[in-house]
Design a protein around this ligand. Sequence first.
Ligand code: NAD
Ligand code: DAU
Length: 338
Amino acid sequence: MRMLVTGGAGFIGSNFILYWMKNYPNDQIVNFDKLTYAGNLENLKEVENNPNYKFIKGDIVKTEEVENAMEDVDVVVHFAAESHVDRSIKNPSDFILTNVLGTQVLLESALRRNVKRFHHISTDEVFGSIDLEDKDKFSERTQYDPRSPYAASKASSDHLVRAYFVTYGLPITISNCSNNFGSFQFPEKMIPLAITNILEGRKVPVYGDGLYVRDWLYVEDHCRAIEAVLQKGKVGETYCVGGLTDDINNLDVVRKILRLLGKDEGFIEFVKDRPGHDRKYAIDWTKIKNELGWEPLHTFDEWLEKTVDWYKTHQDWWKKLKTPEFQKYYDEQYGDLD
Ligand code: NAD
Ligand code: DAU
């Protein structure tokens, strides 16, 4: 089987390629990635010389590049996106271009090339926000209510993917998952930013009152969920994928990281809130459990500890990413926080 993975040099995409090549060594993987600031081929060192792995540097917005990469492809797993909410608030246009137009270019090419499955990776952010006291969870039946430019761009892409199924019969599946954590996550996102800042002796910026809640999913559980959808998922269907946390807020996540690194709460710095900040995400993953037999296996506390250890032992990996360009972004985002 020949699989085209878009965005395979990013956090989840690279974890997915490593997972897939370990478990399906005879499959051929083509990793198509533009290598934006978030793409990093070092994540894939383990497989770079494997004859069944091929990297193509390319942009999903460019029809010709996509068309060439799609040749003889059986399955597309589409991760490529601009993925950081804060950057989407500062500069929405890149998000519309890559996440909306780029997805449409891929769909068009997949249709022309008769791919057998187009799996689209989406997010729970398309569903909006849950009140803290509300016990409801997002499910496949929840109405879309995206509230950031990032979420709106992902919602648009989901609609396009479904439209290509209904209108043209393209065999698609979609998964909407919650916040991933684990190794190879770019240190702009909250968990790796907190860990790496503490390791550098810097403060951890916590937005607003810190009582925002995310549904944390260990990245390998996400990879297993995609595997289940590719193998057993029904064409045209959407599956929600979530983790094992029970309403843990950002402040408590940062406190856990501080404890794991033997530091006190003096490292916490409350900063200006994110505009339109979604209060809570929570996923009901009953459908994928009942229909495909998937459930998350990795508990938050144990795998947060392993993730902290990974960042401790891979300082070369993340220190290179905290470039002057990253510092510029950081200064604009966090003001004079040191
Ligand atoms: P990431 O930002 O770490 O990686 C994105 C990758 O896409 C990078 O390698 C980048 O170079 C590549 N890319 C960006 N624009 C491109 C373009 N125009 N053409 C080709 N490649 C391009 O993202 P991630 O956290 O790994 O997220 C992957 C996918 O999963 C995204 O679609 C995101 O919306 C979705 N998602 C992420 C999370 C999460 O918690 N990280 C949760 C739910 C859904
Ligand atoms: O829910 C899935 C989404 O999870 C994905 O679709 C996105 O691609 C991914 O980036 C992530 O979005 P979030 O905005 O939830 O993740 P982030 O790590 O940026 O923030 C997590 C929480 O921590 C959120 O409530 C904002 C808060 N936060 C974040 C940063 C970067 C802080 O308090 N301080 C920070 O410096």
